[in-house]
Design a protein around this ligand. Structure first.
Ligand code: BJ8
Length: 386
């Protein structure tokens, strides 16, 4: 039986996502030349709807590449998460010409940061030396009414910032349009993930990652067209994948970072769902279209179960419900090195999964290949016991 990672017959419509990189960078550069503003983002807590309603575009700048880390380490401590070092290294590389750069960094007018984890927060302070950087401050106790009020006031301030940057007024009507379009896209992503609930999913986790890593990189229109084509192809697809069904839960896997999913699927398992920001957190819940738009946005985005929030019980509950929905045999808890939020939360996730009788393997890793052999042995042992 072929293992999922050996899949020699990936869905044809994935070609679009593989080729999308250059196309999108050219597209962003052309838009800027024509006078459109483009902002770079690093997190799901920055609502796309406000950016698009201002007539601007956005592109995600989170780094998943190892080659930009050495330059990042010239500015940041070595024992900080690789996502932060990689992102910062590519930005400094782009501004100074000293090292590897992420080409689409050159396509942004400003960065919109957010006060999630300490490492990112402090990185944004340094980033100001290289590019205009706006910060959205986040409350960290999301279940209180005060938190919602505060986040709403921060989003109102962000709305004003985007109006100033673009010289466009953001009307409630434009926000409503973007909310409707955003919800349609979320429903489409939910449709894509629903195919993975089948007893023999027609698509592997590595293949889906090619889409989810492009979610905040492509424009909504490009993503929508690509995902719709992929869903139509999966509808009649006869290739299916078997093996232990795995959920990955934890830190996001930015473009360039596929180490752990590749190891899991090379060993014969199939990843059926990701509880992460390159997974269900990006599209799980919709924005309420019946409410005033800014309130509805604040409500929806504040529910993202990121480990920066406390308590973050919503995440544990969601892991348990996803395990049921997707018929998961085991969970791989994925933390990046020095990501204290997810690393600490792993304990609560493990407790809940143990009570539910679902095995869990905890992996803490970076972007290097130095632990690949050790990870392979641990993943093999985990899969054998499922
Ligand atoms: S909503 S998960 S995208 S903050 S950078 S927290 S890995 S130490 S990315 Fe995130 Fe927004 Fe939350 Fe999602 Fe850890 Fe690294 Fe911090 Fe990270």
């Amino acid at each position: 039986m072929p293992t999922p990672a050996d899949s020699v017959n990936p869905p044809k419509s994935l070609d679009f996502f593989r080729q999308a990189y250059r196309m999108r960078v050219d597209d962003l550069l052309a838009q800027r030349k024509a006078g459109k503003k483009v902002v770079g983002t690093f997190c799901l807590f920055v609502p796309d709807e406000i950016i698009f309603a201002a007539g601007a575009d956005r592109v995600v700048l989170c780094g998943g590449r190892e080659d930009t880390i050495p330059l990042g380490e010239q500015y940041l401590p070595r024992n900080i998460c690789p996502l932060i070092k990689s992102s910062f290294g590519s930005i400094v590389g782009g501004c100074t010409g000293k090292g590897e750069a992420c080409p689409h960094f050159g396509a942004v007018d400003a960065v919109v940061g957010e006060s999630t984890c300490d490492g990112k927060k402090k990185m944004f302070e340094l980033m100001r030396q290289f590019i205009p950087t706006y910060m959205i401050d986040l409350p960290q106790k999301p279940d209180t009414p005060a938190a919602l009020r505060y986040y709403l006031s921060e989003l109102e301030a962000f709305r004003e910032y985007m109006e100033q940057l673009t010289c466009n007024r953001i009307t409630d009507d434009r926000l409503q349009e973007e909310i409707r379009a955003g919800n349609e896209l979320r429903k489409l992503m939910q449709r894509l993930f629903a195919y993975r609930k089948a007893a023999r999913p027609p698509i592997t986790g590595l293949e889906v990652l090619q889409v989810t890593q492009r979610q905040l990189f492509l424009s909504p229109q490009q993503l929508k067209a690509g995902v719709a084509r992929l869903c139509d192809e999966l509808e009649g697809r006869t290739v299916d994948h078997s093996g232990p069904r795995i959920m990955i839960s934890g830190c996001p896997m930015s473009a360039g970072n596929v180490k752990v999913p590749r190891l899991i699927e090379e060993r014969g398992a199939v990843i059926v769902v990701e509880e992460s920001c390159t997974g269900t957190r990006a599209f799980d819940s919709l924005v309420d279209e019946s409410k005033p738009p800014m309130e509805a946005l604040a409500e929806r985005y504040l529910q993202i179960p990121c480990s920066c929030m406390t308590p973050n019980d919503r995440r544990v509950e969601r892991i348990l419900s996803l395990a049921k929905e997707y018929g998961v045999d085991g969970v791989v808890h994925y933390s990046l090195q020095s990501c204290h939020g997810y690393n600490v939360e792993k304990f609560k996730v493990q407790q809940a999964l143990r009570e539910a009788g679902i095995p869990m393997l905890a992996i803490e890793t970076d972007y290097s290949a130095s632990d690949v052999e050790q990870l392979r042995v641990r993943i093999d042992a985990f899969l054998e016991m499922l």
